[in-house]
Design a protein around this ligand. Sequence first.
Ligand SMILES: [Zn+2]
Length: 474
Amino acid sequence: MKKIIQITMLLLGAMLIVCQASADVNFSEYFKDQTMRLDYYHTGTAAEEHFAIDRMVNDGIWAGSKQQLIDELELGKYFFEIQEPQTGKVLFSRGYSSIYGEWETTPEAKEEWGVFHESVRFPWPRQKVKLVIYKRNRDQDFEQVWEYMVDPESRRVNPAELQSSYDVYEVATHGKPENKVDIVLLSEGYAPDEMDEFRSDADRFARALFSTEPFASRKEDFNIRAVQVPAPNSGLNHPQQDIYKRSALSVSYGAFGSQRYALGYDNKTIRDAASTVPYEFTAILMNDSIYGGGGIYNLYITAAADNAFHDYLYVHEFGHHFASLADEYYTSATAYEMGSDVVEPYQLNVTTYTEKEKIKWGDLIDENTPLPTPWGQEKFDKHGRQVQKKREEMRKAKVSEKKMEQLFNQQREWEEDYLSQIPHAGKVGAYQGAMYHSKGIYRSEPNCIMFTRTDEFCAACRRAINMVIDQYTR
Ligand SMILES: [Zn+2]
């Protein structure tokens, strides 16, 4: 569908206002007030990918908006639509990213096959509907990669209500799920006698989020509930450091060979735990003191709750998960290989353009701010390389996590100081260096929580977050 619209625009050489018939979907005509979770296997290599159905289950009441069913933000590497089969009318849609989407870019995917369990969630259809999944191509346009006819009467559908045995702690509730952004927090690596600690970590997550704009101003738009998933013992698995644990959700450090990247591949268990409560976004709090985490758009975040940087980890990773924000840093140890061809990224906080009218946040840039905006990158990068070198040495010497935290703190102080004194400090512009590239990609402000371990989002990130909040609360 999307492909056709783009071709039409090219042919006419002008922007067409495409009237989506779907804008007027009447929720109760097509859907019950219930969530269908469709589970599937996503398998492939760097060169090919395949989808296979697993099952469909009842994931509880529908927590999303009943008015705003179509995802007009179109963020993420993947995108799915629920269509009326006879007419092709889009009844529901959502963008998302996945572990598969990252894995397929790692060297491992060139050598072997991978298989990942994934889910898409949508309101429970009254009749047969068609699920269509799209993926971005090299030009960042969505192309169809799978379709599946969803028959609510099929033997693969289990409408039974999930009976969760986990205890729930209400962190902050401000209204009915359908009018609010609903976040579920899951405990990982907390033994049964550590649930007091989890509840206070959950409160701390809420404080960190709600003290950062734009979440702070829009606190009333959120519900946060914590699900207490007891682990057999305390802490997380760290294969690179010879610390082995089996926890309830199977989240582990060392994802894709990166020591501080933590992911859990046990999608079914994580989803079943999350659906104890109505939810749209998921944060897995890890009972661990070693710096680390991860965040994937519309999947979940993981974050170390006992590290000195927990507040930063919560908010930074949540930026990835909630609004598909790109990392703005570029001295990265993460494992993805970036393509050499530079195409304008879909993420709303990075751009390849330096012309005001082409930049996503161009309307926020003053007429007299130079583009690209100078910011003393050379000196900043020199300092960054020194810290990186020291960090490698310290890691090799296996120094304590406290020593690492000291280094991170020194780095943070230097960077805060430096970035607040550059000539255009506080100005929206186009600052070179973002998304793992030191050249050719730009961010909107000198500093941002997606760039350094500071505590504020830049203007482009704040706007993107507000757009997502609107989508779930309108
Ligand atoms: Zn930003």
